[in-house]
Design a protein around this ligand. Structure first.
Ligand code: ADP
Ligand code: MG
Length: 294
């Protein structure tokens, strides 16, 4: 493409809410054949609310929220915001000491003198805090519906399961159809539970074989590297929460403009409005500018 065509292409992109870092980015769109999609905040809205509170026999839901909410108040995770907001509405939060975020697993700390954990059941398992039959059933039921569930425990015992509702964006299924039309193979990547990931994949038309779930933040980049080692040319769309390294590793990184500054920094293209349909549009526009397609 001529320099003028490139400028027209990037100018047209800006009108559509597609910010392209430089003309060299267009070239990367030519051979891309795979598009990795981060789940939370990319395929789903990432705006979570507390949907259900399940407690073990003898536990008080208000006390569970006081404990869990206090810890989550110190975390930036969308799950944490949902729990802290609901807890604040229900009453006062406990006093936190020794807060720690355990990336990809949850949070821990001392609340009102109790050692509290909130996160994946695997995190509680590490402290021999196991969900009883009822809590396990509540967990399985929620995750089977595609909802995210986290466990709450303190003083050596699992006490509750909190169900957080995120939802698939109305535009995600269409966005993924458009990607397929461009010859791209969509892949879902998430730290969330296998069942949630497969339910969401089914809702948006991603093949079960192309779901990578329960991937720790530090391992997301390895998924991209492995696909590249298999000869795939990889685009990745993310919001920068836990996926900035993977965005940077991808042959073409696309940041949701609604995401973090880190994402925008690590990416080649920013989708200003956070509309996933525009990801395919950006690749189509770039290819058209290069004269690869009409
Ligand atoms: P995603 O890839 O969907 O953005 P993350 O890697 O951020 O997910 O988190 C993976 C999982 O770890 C979450 O689904 C949740 O079960 C647990 N988790 C992470 N942070 C928290 C937190 N602050 N509170 C509770 N659970 C958490
Ligand atoms: Mg994320």
């Amino acid at each position: 493409a001529t320099p003028t065509a490139l400028m027209v292409g990037t100018g047209r992109g800006a009108q559509l809410g597609i910010l392209i870092k430089g003309p060299e980015v267009l070239e990367q769109t030519r051979t891309v054949d795979t598009i990795v999609l981060d789940k939370t905040g990319t395929v789903t809205t990432g705006e979570m609310t507390l949907a259900d509170t399940h407690v073990a026999a003898g536990e008080d839901p208000a006390f569970v929220l006081r404990m869990a909410g206090a810890l989550e108040d110190a975390s930036e995770h969308p799950i944490a915001r949902a729990i802290a907001d609901a807890a604040r509405e229900a009453g006062a939060l406990g006093q936190v000491e020794d807060f720690a975020n355990i990336e990809g697993l949850g949070v821990q700390g001392i609340v009102d003198g109790h050692a509290v954990l909130v996160g994946r059941p695997q995190l509680l398992d590490q402290w021999s805090q196991y969900l009883d039959e009822r809590l396990q059933a509540a967990f399985d039921e929620a995750t089977g519906r595609g909802q995210t569930a986290v466990a709450v425990g303190w003083d050596g015992q699992a006490r509750a399961v909190l169900v957080v509702a995120d939802r698939v964006k109305d535009t995600s299924a269409e966005a993924i159809r458009r990607m397929r039309d461009l010859g791209l193979r969509p892949i879902l990547l998430t730290g969330d539970n296998e069942r949630v990931a497969h339910t969401v994949a089914g809702q948006v038309g991603i093949d079960a074989a192309d779901v990578y779930a329960e991937v720790l933040p530090a391992d997301k980049v390895d998924v991209v590297t492995r696909l590249q080692a298999d000869g795939r040319v990889v685009a990745m769309v993310g919001d920068g929460v836990n996926d900035a390294a993977a965005l940077a590793q991808a042959d073409l990184g696309l940041a949701m403009g609604t995401g973090t500054d880190v994402a925008i920094e690590a990416s080649d293209i920013t989708l200003v409005r956070g509309d996933l349909r525009v990801a395919g549009d950006a690749i189509r526009l770039s290819r058209r500018t290069l004269g690869v397609i009409k």
